[in-house]
Design a protein around this ligand. Structure first.
Ligand code: TLP
Length: 349
């Protein structure tokens, strides 16, 4: 079989040659002892870039979100989350398991929850009610197809909670994709939230790692929470060395992934039997429906894989395609040809 074209996720990106070189040469020390200078450098630069007082290196985005929730919440509190959000949908029930929190889901439109809906969901003082302890936002929004929240949308949602003394956490796993798509400084998108998690290991291509950022006091608390979860790392400067390159060199090139996603979306839209609106996907994630083909998304993904194209089903009728630095424009065109052939073969029966 020809080469694999892996469009399952931007998490599959491999570290660059420069990253590997920097990893080999990285200055290391024990981070639990506070001696990991490369980690400290990354945390300082990350905090500055994301516009917060302090930052904490964590092994994964999931740990970053869950540490944030644990640091913000008391057991038995309620968390307001968007109904399709990663923290609710894909984090193994961590909010219940780790924070002892109850989730209150609100429907969103491309990740945006109407402020009135948030206001309605905030608990009043009543003997029967849990206290609302946290509001979670997501930018870009994974299940909404990499949808982008503007600074204004973020402010509108955050304000409703903060006016009631409720902190706001932003799952910004792909926040740099949002900043690039909007052409704004990423700090505009994080200015109104209390904490933000972002990943180095997705489009930015570091092998491992995410950062949780916020006020210094919050990050001190989060450091302790990370330790109890087993996230206190030792000679992790090796990872931070790659992370520094991710932040310094890999952000601007995300525009290329977005252009490739657009090319892919337009190509998919031109294939009879597939349904996708290319205008609906501003970043690197596309959702395409195969409902008209009369086969399941699961089955379609198996057919694609047999021909060297990998994509994940996200429902019984929809597949997700994610572009990233390890898929070239030429490979996007090849993938489209393969998909076209497969759809033609299905349509014949
Ligand atoms: N998302 C992964 C899967 O878990 C679905 C992917 O392939 O897209 N927040 C958001 C918005 C994410 O998309 C992800 C990963 C995470 C958090 C968790 O990050 P990791 O995988 O580092 O734990």
């Amino acid at each position: 079989m020809a080469e694999l074209i892996d469009l399952r996720s931007d998490t599959v990106t491999k570290p660059t040659a420069e990253m590997r070189k920097a990893m080999a040469a990285a200055e290391v020390g024990d981070d639990v002892y506070g001696e990991a200078t490369t980690i400290q450098k990354l945390e300082t630069i990350a905090a500055e870039k994301i516009g917060k007082e302090a930052a904490l290196f964590v092994p994964s985005g999931t740990m970053g979100n869950q540490v944030a929730a644990m640091a913000h919440l008391q057991r038995g509190e309620e968390v307001i989350v968007e109904a399709e959000s990663h923290i609710f949908f894909y984090e193994v029930g961590g909010l219940a398991l780790l924070s002892g929190a109850q989730t209150r889901t609100i429907p969103g439109r491309k990740g945006f929850m109407e402020p009135e809906l948030i206001a309605d969901a905030i608990r009043t003082h009543d003997l029967h009610f849990p206290r609302t302890g946290l509001l979670c936002l997501e930018n870009t929004h994974n299940r909404a197809g990499g949808a982008v929240l503007t600074a204004e949308q973020t402010r509108l949602m955050a304000k409703v909670a903060q006016e009631q003394g409720i902190p706001v956490h932003l799952d910004g796993a792909r926040i740099f994709n949002a900043a690039i798509a909007l052409g704004t400084d990423v700090r505009e998108l994080t200015a109104d939230v209390d904490s933000v998690m972002f990943c180095l290991s997705k489009g930015l291509a570091a092998p491992v790692g995410s950062l949780l950022a916020g006020r210094e006091e919050f990050i001190n608390k989060a450091r302790k929470v990370r330790k109890v979860l087993g996230g206190g790392l030792r000679q992790a400067g090796i990872l931070a060395a790659a992370g520094l390159i991710a932040l310094e060199q890999m952000v601007d090139r995300l525009a290329e992934d977005h252009a490739h996603a657009r090319l892919l979306a337009e190509g998919l839209a031109s294939i009879p039997g597939l349904t996708i609106d290319p205008d609906a996907y501003p970043t690197n994630i596309l959702i395409c429906s195969v409902a008209k083909l009369g086969i399941s998304a699961q089955r379609f993904s198996v057919l694609l894989a047999q021909h060297g194209v990998l994509a994940n089903p996200t429902s019984t009728t929809e597949l997700r395609f994610v572009t990233h630095k390890d898929v070239t424009k030429k490979q996007i065109k090849t993938a489209l040809n393969i998909i076209n052939q497969i759809v033609k073969a299905i349509n014949q029966f």
